[in-house]
Design a protein around this ligand. Structure first.
Ligand code: ADP
Length: 281
């Protein structure tokens, strides 16, 4: 049997009291195995996740109103894309609604910052995945003074109220902040410059942003301090090891889906009668 978690992922990764500047990004909290064991366990747990996701989907199809929202935040190269491919990729795509949020379009700029986010909240029975999110509006926006402080200061409370509303409507929210060390980020950016299959991921601005790391750390700290709520908790993910980050998010999603205690919807027809009809057909 593959090595198991020694502590629950949702407990060891919960952001309560976490100082971003003190995080050991190469650590693997809750799991004392290495890469091989981690990958073995991931293969096993992906199947558990897949069954839970199918139950959620079936629940939505039969009138259920629950959904799950995974919010992924992280600096460039932190591995958000890998989570989407390797974790979310292991479940049925028809039950997943993936949304990525880049620089706001002209149309989006006409509205308040939550307008484009609200439109992409997952429907009943779906796992929504936000690749970047409303938090860009207190991260990149704060670091680069894109709106006055008086405006972004209010956004933490606005985000909390927005998430409370979504949670009350039946969405289980899981927020994951992914962190790699500056050195690891440099390695990953170097790879993007050395491998033709990765050029497309590179943007010169990624190097410029590295100089703002202290400001980003401060902005992430404010996010964790001000928006880590019971109805929408933050998890802090050391992400230097990609296999660990993928395993941890799989565990967090399994935990979130398990809280829904979903079972297969019962048959809404007479099974014996339908078997008889089938035999006769
Ligand atoms: P990624 O880097 O995630 O692969 P993109 O290349 O599309 O995706 O980059 C998205 C960019 O959009 C990031 O630099 C991010 O900071 C920026 N962005 C996202 N939301 C906002 C926002 N509300 N205001 C300004 N910039 C934003």
């Amino acid at each position: 049997m593959a090595k198991q978690w020694i502590d629950r992922a949702d407990v060891v990764l919960r952001a309560d009291g976490q100082r971003v500047a003190d995080l050991d990004t190469s650590s693997t909290p809750g799991f004392d195995g290495g890469k091989r064991e981690g990958k073995e366990l991931l293969a096993e747990r992906a199947q558990v996740l897949s069954v839970l996701q199918e139950k959620l989907f079936a629940h939505g199809r039969t009138g259920g109103q629950r959904s799950v929202l995974l919010i992924l935040q992280g600096m460039d190269t932190a591995g958000k894309g890998g989570i989407v491919r390797h974790v979310i990729g292991s479940v049925d795509p028809q039950g997943v609604d993936h949304a990525s949020f880049g620089v706001p379009t002209d149309e989006e700029k006409q509205h308040d910052f939550l307008w484009r986010i609200r439109k992409r909240l997952p429907a009943h029975g779906q796992i929504g995945v936000f690749d970047r999110s409303q938090y860009e509006d207190v991260l990149v926006v704060r670091v680069h003074d894109l709106v006055p402080q008086a405006e972004w200061e209010q956004r933490y409370d606005q985000i909390n109220a927005f998430e409370k509303q979504a949670a009350d409507a039946g969405t289980v929210i899981v927020k994951v902040a992914m962190f790699v060390s500056l050195d690891e980020q440099k390695n990953r950016l170097r790879q993007r410059l050395e491998r033709p299959d990765k050029y497309w991921k590179f943007s010169p601005a990624d190097i410029t942003e590295r100089a703002y790391w202290p400001e980003y750390q401060k902005a992430y700290q404010a996010v964790l301090d001000r928006t880590n709520t019971d109805y929408a908790p933050w998890y802090v993910l050391p992400s230097d090891h990609k296999w660990y980050a993928r395993l941890a998010v799989t565990e967090l999603l399994i935990g979130a889906l398990s809280t829904l205690k979903l079972d297969w919807p019962p048959a809404n027809f007479d099974i014996a009668e339908q078997l008889r009809r089938l035999d006769e057909s």
